[in-house]
Write a protein that binds this ligand. Structure first.
Ligand SMILES: NC(=O)c1ccc[n+]([C@@H]2O[C@H](COP(=O)([O-])OP(=O)(O)OC[C@H]3O[C@@H](n4cnc5c(N)ncnc54)[C@H](OP(=O)(O)O)[C@@H]3O)[C@@H](O)[C@H]2O)c1
Length: 314
């Protein structure tokens, strides 16, 4: 099978397309032919060697999530032909990734789409961002119906999913994003949408108006006074969360970090939201798998309006 791999840590161009042995199925696992996937900060950190919890030795494979179709199953509950998606989560003893032709998955990492639903390849841009947003809002912030939530970094993979999920969970969302994401965030249901470079942001930062603030970009400390007394702030970057703890403690704001994990129940619930039309992919830029290195090199350079999609080679 084909597999994107790298044999040393480094810049994006260490990633190469190579032939690799197809994985073998263990009891209870499914074999998935991948269709598409996203790009995330953790992919870049693994590749650059900034986060060395991606198995021992090389080659290593990039990719943290994927959409695909089951081609073989040793799990009676998941039949061949079923559309599934996955977030691998942390696998500190494995070097694998999702930028491969065939992937074996244990059921704990599989979200299953309804039988009669065939997802468009763009859906592969969603899983990690949507799972992170769901964990942040529902489990960590415990967002309630009718509450007001501010999504900071709303134009990207996590943020665009968070705006949509806030609405699905019955809350009212406002959004802070880059200039290119403004229209998209409004179309997704955000009530007030502000460019993070705009002076208006300061009024929001000091307004104490939100029950929940989800920080998916920038520094949490900039948004502590946006939280109402007794409200909650969730940060998607654990290093930013830790760095801001002293200021949060002084300001008496409850701040929490989130880890997306890989829960199959949550992934299946999210797949159902996609099938029902409530959660839509928001692809800002599409790359063929052969351009994965370019997708890594482009990440984080601004101008984001939606998630990044990698279309897998066939
Ligand atoms: N904890 C977890 O399990 C987990 C999982 C996934 C992701 N994450 C983290 O979540 C964060 C977001 O990931 P992502 O994939 O959604 O990133 P992304 O797609 O690059 O989106 C980031 C968005 O934030 C905007 N932005 C940049 N600086 C901003 C600022 N100061 N204020 C407001 N918006 C700003 C960007 O706009 P411009 O492009 O216009 O600047 C972009 O729209 C990353 O830090 C990632 O590491 C954590």
């Amino acid at each position: 099978m084909w597999a994107m791999q790298y044999h040393r840590y480094g810049a994006a161009d260490v990633i190469q397309r190579e032939e690799a042995a197809a994985p073998t199925l263990a009891t209870d696992e499914v074999l998935v032919r991948t269709t598409s996937s996203g790009v995330s900060a953790i992919d870049l950190m693994y590749r650059a060697g900034q986060l060395r919890i991606h198995g021992f030795g090389f080659p290593k494979q990039p990719g943290f999530d994927a959409l695909g179709q089951v081609v073989e199953s040793r799990n009676p509950a998941i039949r061949p032909g079923t559309w599934v998606w996955t977030v691998l989560g942390l696998e500190p003893r494995r070097t694998r990734g999702t930028a491969v032709e065939l992937l074996t998955l244990d059921p704990s990492r599989v979200g299953v789409f309804p039988d009669d639903f065939v997802p468009d390849p763009t859906v592969g841009s969603l899983p990690l961002g949507a799972l992170t947003a769901l964990k942040s809002l529902r489990d960590i912030a415990r967002l309630q119906r009718g509450e007001r939530v501010l999504i900071v970094g709303a134009g990207g993979a996590v943020g665009t999913a968070a705006v949509q999920l806030a609405t699905i969970l019955g809350a009212r969302a406002d959004a802070v994003c880059g200039a290119k994401g403004l229209e998209l965030c409004a179309a997704l249901g955000a009530e007030q949408v502000v460019d993070h470079a705009d002076a208006d942001v300061q009024a929001i930062q000091h307004g104490h108006a939100y029950d929940v603030v989800l920080v998916a970009a920038g520094r949490g400390t900039d948004w502590l006074d946006a939280v109402r007394p007794g409200g909650r702030m969730v940060l998607t970057r654990l290093d930013t969360w830790v760095a801001g703890l002293p200021a949060a403690w002084r300001g008496r704001v409850r701040t929490l970090g989130v880890a997306a994990g890989h829960d199959s129940g949550d992934l299946t619930w999210l797949a159902q939201q996609v099938a029902a039309g409530g959660l839509r992919p928001t692809v800002g830029v599409t790359y063929p798998m052969t351009d994965l290195a370019r997708a890594h090199a482009d990440y984080g350079h601004g101008g984001t309006a939606g998630a990044r999609l990698i279309v897998h080679a066939t």
